[in-house]
Design a protein. Sequence first.
Length: 189
Amino acid sequence: MLLQPFFGPYHGNLSSVVELASEALWVRMLLPNHHHQHYYSHLVREFLSCETLLDELLLVASKNSWCTLIRVLVRQHGRSPSYAQPNTCRTPLHVASFYNRLEAVNELLALGAQLETPEAAWRQTPLLVAVQRASLPVVQALVGAGANLRAADKDGWSVRTFLAYHRLSDEIASYLREQLAATQDDDDE
């Protein structure tokens, strides 16, 4: 049952997270000797008291759409739903958008995640990430929450540019054209 936590949603408490992290570390290290597991489990328990690990755990929860864990980390442990990784500036909303995790996107939005935080490499917002990943439900959730359709990455690429130069699905292209037209109408008034 070692891998059981990896195949289902998170339903436990924070002590279950310690066990999950211990198992993940143990599996990742591919330890040939089972007696090393206790040593690495101890290290994970120590690291879990570190604020950075809780923030990184929020990113993992966003990637896997573990909404219960997202809520626990934000509400009970004071983690920010807009936490930005120090080197990459990726937020949980970027991660959930990249992996097309609609449930995580909705949970993060409900918890107050910022829509317009750009990541470091390309300066893309979560909406631009979702457009590139071709996830209509995630794009709709972000636009519905007020994502800026005119935001551009470091090279000046915006939703309008992606529509012109990338092969997007007909559904996403049609939806984005409608939304851009609606925002143009609002600007004209």
